[in-house]
Design a protein around this ligand. Structure first.
Ligand SMILES: Nc1ncnc2c1ncn2[C@@H]1O[C@H](COP(=O)(O)OP(=O)(O)OP(=O)(O)O)[C@@H](O)[C@H]1O
Length: 267
């Protein structure tokens, strides 16, 4: 992938975050899905320009957290504040206008449109101020290039390999020009070299001032890129702090073992 020159402002938020407010503050968040509380009294603060790695066993509530911040789910209780702006209960387009973009665990592309056009839709509905068919297409191509997309931009999504499908998902999110990017297992199933390339992209995004909330199951990936780590269990925050402090903490280790092997005898 070619290096990003300093004067190319394809990446990065639309401008400096408003004031010194944290990128995202979540307060006492509670979400009920079916018969369970998918989130329960969850509070956290992420300063602007950081990557927060989010880990936890299946069903811990990681995707639900992304769904609430991204506007796909409304919480039963609690607040979501992005760059000092209360967006609790916002619709997805309102979250986008506030600077939030996300990827989905299962990419949600328009299947009958090329990769380029999928990204162009984001450009037209996000915070880039670009108009005109050629300019929009050129920006879409540039975003695809920046995330390391290897197929031709005119390729339809069903002809893409896994790594390019994930890159397209990331480019679609970046097309909205977010200041807060939510990634739901973007790197799941990628080869180590592909994941490493993706991590390089995330580091560049952070360097441009973007804040990233990154849900992943692979600890190596989380440790390679996170400024802080949040570990969740049963919809609650178990621990949050410096990566190695969190993953080495007895409570995190116990949670991981419990998820994998069940409750220890006598425990
Ligand atoms: N549509 C739904 N209806 C009912 N319950 C749901 C729904 N979606 C999720 N849940 C439940 O909410 C809880 C949190 O799910 P969530 O998908 O947020 O967990 P997760 O940590 O992202 O898990 P994974 O790592 O498997 O993706 C789980 O108990 C799950 O079964």
């Amino acid at each position: 992938m070619p290096p990003v020159s300093a004067d190319r402002r394809v990446f990065g938020p639309a401008g400096p975050p408003e004031g010194h407010a944290p990128a995202v503050q979540v307060r006492d968040l509670a979400v009920r899905l079916g018969t369970c509380w998918a989130l329960n009294d969850l509070s956290l603060t992420v300063p602007a320009g950081q990557i927060l790695g989010v880990i936890g066993p299946n069903g811990a509530g990681k995707s639900t957290l992304i769904n609430v911040i991204g506007g796909q789910l409304r919480p039963a209780r609690g607040r979501v504040v992005v760059h000092g702006r209360d967006i609790t209960g916002a619709r997805p387009w309102q979250a986008v206008a506030a600077g939030v973009a996300r990827t989905f665990q299962v990419p949600r592309v328009f299947p009958d449109m090329s990769a380029r056009d999928n990204v162009a839709v984001g450009v037209l509905h996000g915070r880039y101020r670009v108009s005109g068919r050629r300019a929009v297409a050129a920006l879409a191509d540039e975003l695809l290039e920046e995330v390391g997309f290897t197929a031709a931009p005119g390729t339809p999504p069903d002809r893409l390999g896994l790594a390019d499908a994930r890159r397209l998902e990331l480019a679609r999110a970046l097309a909205l020009r977010p200041s807060l990017l939510l990634l739901d297992e973007l790197m799941a199933g990628l080869r180590p070299s592909e994941a490493e390339q993706c991590l390089d992209v995330l580091r560049r995004l952070r360097d441009s001032g973007m804040t990233i909330l990154c849900v992943e199951h692979v600890l190596k990936i989380i440790l390679a890129v996170s400024d802080q780590v949040l570990t969740m269990e049963k919809g609650r925050k178990l621990l949050m702090g410096a990566p190695y402090d969190v993953v080495g903490h007895p409570r995190a280790v116990e949670s991981c073992l419990r998820a994998r092997y069940g409750r220890p005898q006598g425990g």
